[in-house]
Design a protein around this ligand. Structure first.
Ligand SMILES: Nc1ncnc2c1ncn2[C@@H]1O[C@H](COP(=O)(O)OP(=O)(O)OP(=O)(O)O)[C@@H](O)[C@H]1O
Length: 442
């Protein structure tokens, strides 16, 4: 029974000293581990600024959570420090995350405002895109000297901004149509989409990719050092069992070599220990954290990264995949999407829109498409796969605010799917209608 006169919150924490370093990128480490070579390439690319040549454009790429942004910020700070000491005119803007902007207008607007004083900010609308670009060029000319613009998640740059940003901006000084005569612009683009540069027009590709720096995943030994550094700051003294960091490091190395995932495991393991009122964090807490980490990450997607229509499409793709035929064709995905959207009282969009949502999910790395030949019948169709374990996706959906869209008999169908996966599977000749009738939509 709860004593209503007692306050259940506890003002003490015997496990965590400071949780913030384990949280999403709100903490700047004062040491960067195991990136000496990448830092050397970076310094080399930006050295020209210090000796008075034009800045190079730099393209930094690699998977998620491997230090691209952390290293970029570190190098940026060192460059600014050196430029100031040597009296070299330098203005650095960013990193600005392109994912947050839906149009060229919005992105350029933010950039202009980075240059301007708080009392002279541009409003969110009211000008043409050409005019805001014009303002940007004026601001760049006004500060003069070297201007470095850092764009993070550059693969998400609004389509209507691609050419202007990735090609025109870096060569603005040479272009007579811009007011820029003095300033020298350099662009630093960061991406975790390794194919991004390949799909660019050759002229844009050679501009942005003037210098390319590749970041690979960390191995277990490297992750042990990095996670150990964060653990020392985040946890109270002597609460961490000696296996905790090595276990979190080994798990993350096996998965993607991503620091962020390792930090989440440490945080979760600490939370389990705290919830139990344990004296310290043990190997068992860490194993429990690794068991649930995948579902947690997917839950994050459902709750924060995906729009409701994308989330329903993602769920429908997973359902199509676990049906007896295990074939997520666009038609099946659309049928399932319509049923779950309708049964959960959400808007049902047109079939054409599904292609767009699937494309967006594919850009986020959540689904993959493959073209399939229809054999004698001729023609081709697209089928989709999910990149995570369907069991984890369904568990995450069930814990998310989309649980009302998950069919009530999902676990039974998932069980059959897992059995099929364990045996040599031959696709049954089931029709779409038969498959549709399997499901119990709530
Ligand atoms: N070598 C390192 N030394 C210290 N901290 C690191 C290192 N690499 C990554 N981190 C930390 O790990 C977290 C994720 O790193 P970061 O944001 O730089 O990854 P990223 O490669 O830019 O990922 P994304 O592409 O998802 O943005 C941050 O908290 C960062 O400070």
């Amino acid at each position: 029974m709860v004593d209503v006169n007692e306050n259940p919150f506890d003002g003490t924490d015997s496990i965590f000293e400071r949780k913030q370093p384990l949280k999403k990128d709100t903490f700047t480490p004062d040491t960067i581990f195991h990136r000496d070579e990448e830092i050397e390439f970076y310094i080399n690319a930006l050295q020209d600024v210090i000796v008075g040549h034009d800045p190079n454009n730099v393209f930094v790429y690699g998977p998620t959570g491997v230090g691209k942004t952390a290293v970029t910020k570190w190098v940026r700070d060192k460059l600014e420090e050196k430029a100031e000491a040597e009296d070299i005119p330098l203005t650095v803007v960013g990193p600005i995350n392109c994912r947050n902007y839906r149009s060229a207008y919005a992105l350029v607007n933010t950039l202009v405002n980075e240059f301007r004083d708080p009392e002279n900010q541009l409003p969110e609308s009211g000008y043409s895109t050409d005019s805001v670009f014009e303002f940007l060029y004026e601001e760049i000319e006004a500060v003069g000297g070297n201007v470095l613009i850092i764009l993070d998640e550059i693969d998400n740059i609004p389509a209507d901004a691609r050419n202007d940003f990735l090609y025109e901006l870096p060569r603005a000084e040479a272009n007579e149509n811009t007011p820029i005569t003095d300033a020298k612009v350099g662009l630093i683009g960061i991406s975790n989409d390794l194919k991004f540069v390949d799909v660019l027009e050759p002229k844009v590709k050679s501009t942005l990719g003037e210098r390319e720096i590749k970041f690979g995943p960390y191995d277990a030994t490297e992750l042990r050092d990095i996670l150990g550094y964060y653990a020392d700051i985040a946890f109270r003294e002597d609460v961490l069992g000696e296996d905790v960091v090595p276990l979190a490091a080994a798990f993350s190395a096996q998965e993607r070599g991503d620091v962020r995932q390792g930090l989440r495991i440490l945080e979760k393991a600490g939370e389990y220990a705290r919830m139990e009122g344990a004296e310290g964090v043990t190997e068992a807490h860490t194993r429990r954290a690794t068991d649930t980490i995948e579902t947690d990450e997917l839950l994050d997607y459902f709750e924060h990264d995906l729009s409701s229509q994308q989330a329903l499409t993602y769920l429908a793709t997973t359902l199509a995949l676990i049906e007896p035929k295990h074939e997520a064709s666009t038609k099946r995905i659309y049928n399932l999407y319509s049923s779950i959207a309708e049964s959960s009282g959400r808007r049902v969009k047109s079939e054409r829109k599904i292609y767009e949502f699937l494309d967006q999910l594919s850009m986020q790395g959540l689904v993959r498409s493959a073209e399939r030949n229809l054999g004698r019948k001729g023609g081709r169709k697209y089928i989709y796969e999910v990149t995570d374990d369907p069991t984890d996706i369904i568990n995450a959906a069930l814990q998310s605010s989309y649980s009302d869209a998950v069919p009530s008999n999902v676990n039974g169908i998932l069980e059959h799917y897992l059995e099929d996966e364990a045996t040599e599977f031959e696709a049954p000749d089931t029709t779409d209608d038969e498959q549709q009738n399997l499901w119990q939509f709530t």
